[in-house]
Design a protein around this ligand. Sequence first.
Ligand code: GLN
Length: 309
Amino acid sequence: MPALDKVLNDIADTMAKETRRGKVADYIPQLAKVDPARFGIAVVTNDGETFTAGDADEPFSIQSISKVFTLTMALGLVGDSLWKRVGREPSGNPFNSIVQLEREQGVPRNPFINAGALVVTDVVLSQHQPREALGQILHFLRFLAGDESIVVDRAVARSETETGFRNIALANYMKAFGNLEHDPDKTLGVYFHQCAVAMSCRQLAMAGRFLAADGRNPETGGRVVSSQRARRINALMLTCGHYDGSGDFAFHVGIPGKSGVGGGILAVVPGKASIAVWSPGLNQVGNSQLGAIALERLARTMGWSVFGP
Ligand SMILES: NC(=O)CC[C@H](N)C(=O)O
């Protein structure tokens, strides 16, 4: 097997020279300030080794990658009854699209498009006040990553709250269909803050370990979720984790992954490793342009595609 530290350094060197880096998200003004030249990558293997290259310790806005962790929490709270309120099919539409909601009676296609993630956050909110729910999300992320320093970037949260008109529309629309239990403002408040959590590639790859390890923390052996649940979350990441770019990501990279408009991608090699990559420039469908290219190289070099060597 090729040496991972060399593979990652080669990838980071190649990516540093790349001029077609995509476009940094600017619909959340605070995100537009991020330097498009940044690139980081981290791999944590199931036997406990960590390899990094580039800006792997620089925190960035995890944005929609947070949806993987809130989905895990919501399934822990309500189990499979969650699937009465949100589907499991790719949407074939942009992450912030509203078009399917009217035809499908306010039930979003999957938990990773914004509408679905808002329902998931509504479940996580359960009986709590928004501040407590956010505290639980942070607590879960810190526990998974083994790192107490993970925090919300308040400036990003404020920026998104001020400009989140589409999300506000989605939440209110679903409320009208009876698919949001709480006051939309409360659900939105938690959602905007979970998206504004800042984490480094190293922290994210650590937090994703349970998905690569059959639902267990590979360090302690402690169970986070059942192996069936880990498998199913991975399946949703593969089919829906990159919105209407999910097919292309599966085609080129071949492993479950979840992107965020901050330019991060969390990717999982079941049985082998958890990976996080960060490059802020996005492609046409809002996924990290170089992030996906870097993962494609890594998966190909290591023979990590779930579809075969
Ligand atoms: N794809 C994303 O990362 C979208 C998340 C972002 N916070 C939004 O709701 O628009």
